[in-house]
Design a protein around this ligand. Structure first.
Ligand SMILES: [Zn+2]
Ligand SMILES: [Zn+2]
Ligand SMILES: [Zn+2]
Ligand SMILES: [Zn+2]
Length: 227
């Protein structure tokens, strides 16, 4: 059987790289994470149920996030976060639903603790034209004080998937939109070939960023977490 290489991600607390499959276990054992939790417990803030959400692109599962989210925060908070880190190109509509694309829409005003129960998976659609589809599942909860004042803490994120230049096989850092749009080729390019590549109908090659939306509807980043 061919060995499928598991996507790796980085723990936001200690910086260690772990595969997607073992990251959950790592986060519950990570000393840096644990000491932050202990520190938060000494705060005056109220305890609440905190949700460990595993977020992944529906089609390109090498793009994933582990978030800890307050039960009292809303889907709107999650929508804003996903837009900032992965999706926002030109202010398209978005929605959450349960039961997939054509499932039942869930209002953005709903609280995390009202919608997530074990086994429930939500679908998030951003842009109903060139749509990005994201799956969100609660994979654990804990009672306690949040480690941040924000609604969400980013606990782990996939590393940028490796890409190779279509012309020479060297590591790539650029993407040609013309290859993508006119030839449906994922035209990744190294620094040298990004300079000499002949296509310019859609402008210069764009920099590869860590988002499943790259190249869709002209999305070119920055793919940075908002906090
Ligand atoms: Zn760690
Ligand atoms: Zn757009
Ligand atoms: Zn090259
Ligand atoms: Zn090209």
């Amino acid at each position: 059987m061919p060995r499928v290489q598991q996507s790796k991600g980085k723990c936001a607390y200690c910086g260690q790289e772990k595969t997607k499959g073992v990251m959950t276990k790592h986060l519950s054992a990570c000393p840096e994470h644990q000491s932050l939790i202990e520190k938060a417990e000494r705060n005056k803030a109220d305890s609440e149920t905190l949700y460990h959400l595993r977020v992944q692109d529906a089609w390109r599962k090498e793009f994933w996030l582990d978030l800890e989210m307050r039960g009292s925060a809303t889907l709107k908070d999650l929508d804003s976060y996903l837009r900032a880190i992965w999706l926002e190109c030109c202010g398209h509509l978005s929605q959450f639903s349960v039961g997939g694309w054509r499932g039942e829409e869930i209002s953005m005003k709903r609280k995390i603790q009202e919608v997530f129960q074990p086994g429930v998976e939500l679908t998030h659609i951003y842009d109903f034209g060139t749509s990005s589809e994201t799956l969100i599942k609660a994979i654990g909860t804990r009672e306690g004080k949040p480690t941040t004042r924000r609604p969400i803490a980013l606990m782990a994120r996939n590393l940028m998937p490796e890409a190779h230049c279509i012309e020479c096989g060297q590591p790539a850092a650029w993407l040609c939109n013309e290859c993508l749009i006119e030839q449906e080729v994922w035209g990744t390019l190294c620094d040298d070939h990004a300079q000499s590549h002949p296509h310019d109908n859609y402008g210069e090659p764009i920099r590869l960023v860590n988002s499943p939306r790259l190249g869709m509807c002209g999305y070119d980043g920055p793919a940075e977490p908002p906090y």
